[in-house]
Write a protein that binds this ligand. Structure first.
Ligand code: PMP
Ligand code: GLN
Length: 380
């Protein structure tokens, strides 16, 4: 049977492709973003306890209420916002699902979504599968900042959403207060919505405060803000996250969610309702990951890779001009095959495959893993 594809330009995601290649060549996998160190044993114990205590049936459609309450408290503590857990927070099977659901809730065919490239690879297919149009603006290379004048010029009567991501995957760029000011000015007195992917909210370095949309009531009233527990608690395989939005937007979000996943795995929600009260567990994450970033930068110094700045996320990008003139996919493929180190070609984050000859390394790894990878890169 052949069908007319809804996403004709889409192949298999680069993360699946590169992880399969890494496994095939027994390479050190610094490609797909996931930690290789164990998650907190206390949190695992809380999940087992929840299962033993019979929390094994469907959770409520919007999520386990004590977890939503704990999230609301955390939001108040971190960002000063008062968010009603009953009508403004929904627990989702991961951050990606939250983003997809938000877009699907609001986009009509022909609507335009302004987003910035390089962009995480699910964003554009999520827009296009809804019949909407991705208006792609380049982040300004090499520091990957937003050109707000270009945003102003890209706005049309069809602009439905501006889509931001800070800390940013793949570049590690972060938005500052001046960016938020620009965004505020641009959306004021319009009906433009904001989708903010903040899955790396705690993975921010160098004492830079995270510019969450949750800090700004005038922005929050028009936003979907998406988070991932996988990133906060080193358990990406849990695929658990949440979305925060004002009640009118969340009502539409739940219409999509209730007929898709309906609800999420209950034992982890019960466990996290307790674990979220431990502030240190999330407050310490930035310093913990910064140490890995700094260690990786130090290890990479004698190599011929030129690392670009990274202020957040799991990732740091690098130029490889001194080693090869190949395109980034060819280079990353060869690096896996010949050096035994897997990375992600950054062209995968551009709809038109724009290739600046940059690859992305994930440093959310044990120090031994980083050492092993760099030892191989040094020999290459
Ligand atoms: N957004 C970005 C930018 C990401 O890197 C990730 C990580 N996969 C996600 C969203 C989604 O996270 P999750 O695994 O919770 O779906
Ligand atoms: N967010 C992860 C990354 O950027 C990948 C998640 C996935 O494989 N879908 O590497």
């Amino acid at each position: 049977m052949t069908i007319a594809s809804k996403l004709p330009a889409v192949g298999t995601t680069i993360f699946a492709t590169m992880s399969a290649l890494a496994a095939q060549h027994k390479a050190v996998n610094l490609g797909q973003g996931f930690p290789d160190f164990p998650m907190d044993a206390g949190l695992i114990e809380l999940v087992s306890k929840a299962m033993r205590e019979n929390h094994n049936q469907y959770a409520p459609m919007p999520g386990w209420m004590p977890l939503r309450e704990a999230i609301a408290e955390k939001i108040k503590f971190l960002y000063g916002a008062t968010v009603d857990p009953d009508v403004s927070i929904t627990i989702t099977p991961g951050g990606t699902y939250a983003i997809y659901s938000a877009l699907t809730a609001v986009l009509h065919p022909g609507d335009e979504v302004i987003l910035f490239e390089p962009a995480y690879d699910s964003y554009i297919p999520n827009i296009e599968v809804n019949g909407a149009v991705a208006v792609r603006l380049p982040l300004v290379y090499p520091d990957y900042r937003i050109d707000w004048e270009a945003v102003r010029a890209a706005i049309t009567p069809r602009t439905k959403v501006i889509f931001i991501n800070s800390p940013h995957n793949p570049t590690g760029a972060v938005l500052g207060p001046a960016d938020i000011e620009e965004l505020r000015k641009i959306v004021a007195n319009t009906s433009i919505l904001i989708l903010s992917d903040e899955v790396y909210e705690h993975l921010i370095f160098d004492n830079i405060p995270h510019q969450s949309i949750l800090r700004y009531p005038d922005l929050l009233e028009r936003s979907f803000v998406c988070f991932s527990f996988g990133k906060v608690y080193n358990c990406t395989g849990w695929k658990l996250g949440y979305c925060v939005a004002p009640p009118s937007l969340m009502k539409e979000f739940r219409k999509i969610h209730q007929f898709n996943a309906f609800s999420c795995f209950t034992p982890t929600q019960v466990a996290l309702a307790d674990f979220l009260k431990n502030k240190e567990a999330y407050l310490s994450l930035g310093a913990f990951m910064q140490e890995r970033r700094d260690y990786f930068i130090q290890l990479m110094q004698p190599t011929r890779f030129e690392l670009l700045p990274s202020h957040g996320s799991y990732f740091i990008c690098a130029r490889y001009n001194q080693i090869s003139e190949e395109g980034d996919l060819a280079f990353a493929t060869r690096l896996t095959q010949e050096a035994g180190v897997t990375t992600i070609p950054v062209s995968a984050f551009y709809a038109d495959g724009k290739d600046d000859h940059v690859i992305r390394f994930c440093f959310a790894k044990k120090k031994e893993t980083l050492e092993q990878a760099v030892e191989r890169l040094l020999r290459y």
